[in-house]
Design a protein around this ligand. Sequence first.
Ligand SMILES: Cc1cc2nc3c(=O)[nH]c(=O)nc-3n(C[C@H](O)[C@H](O)[C@H](O)COP(=O)(O)O)c2cc1C
Length: 191
Amino acid sequence: MELMELLTGRRTYRRFLQKEVSRDIIDEILYAARLASSAANKQPLSYVVIRDAKKVEDVFQCTRWAGYLPPGDGQPKDGEKPVLFIAVVENLSVSQDCDTDAGLAIGNMTLAAWNHGVGSCIIGACDKTKLSAMFGLTQEQKLHTVVAFGYPSHKSRITDAEEPGDIKYYLDENRDYVVPKRKREDVVTFL
Ligand SMILES: Cc1cc2nc3c(=O)[nH]c(=O)nc-3n(C[C@H](O)[C@H](O)[C@H](O)COP(=O)(O)O)c2cc1C
């Protein structure tokens, strides 16, 4: 895909086909994560891949989706749930300052996935205590986020936010996501 097409289409997806993501694509997503820039090249992140269906369901139960929508609209139902999670883990003995590294790695992962038509949802709203125990994380490790993946069964498009504060995404008449982005003039200053 052409880069700007890739960036435009790489939206957050929250309903998925129940179709497996191949091992080759998973490996490419992980390679993309490892390619990301890292402060002082410390590379403090590691990854836990969850693709066994029962474990994916266990992780799913610890996640919350689409906070701006009523749960009946935003939370994926049976037959719509993601088929894969990749957890991003901070290794605090390597660095205590992992947030930018994590953002860059997650950006690479979600783009690499979308390059194969695999959609994603970054999940910060999750039960990190439960998930950390599930993943066997040590005291030196901290769960940053889990990223959900799958082939989307809906569309998502961006629109200009009419007012700068109008940032809540919503579903249109086809239950596709519409995601307002602040207008260029509201966020860019040229000096
Ligand atoms: C750090 C971070 C945490 C997020 N956490 C959640 C989450 O817990 N649940 C969810 O449904 N979406 C989550 N999202 C997705 C955002 O809601 C989404 O990126 C935003 O609505 C804009 O949509 P877009 O990604 O299509 O541009 C998160 C995104 C980021 C960057």
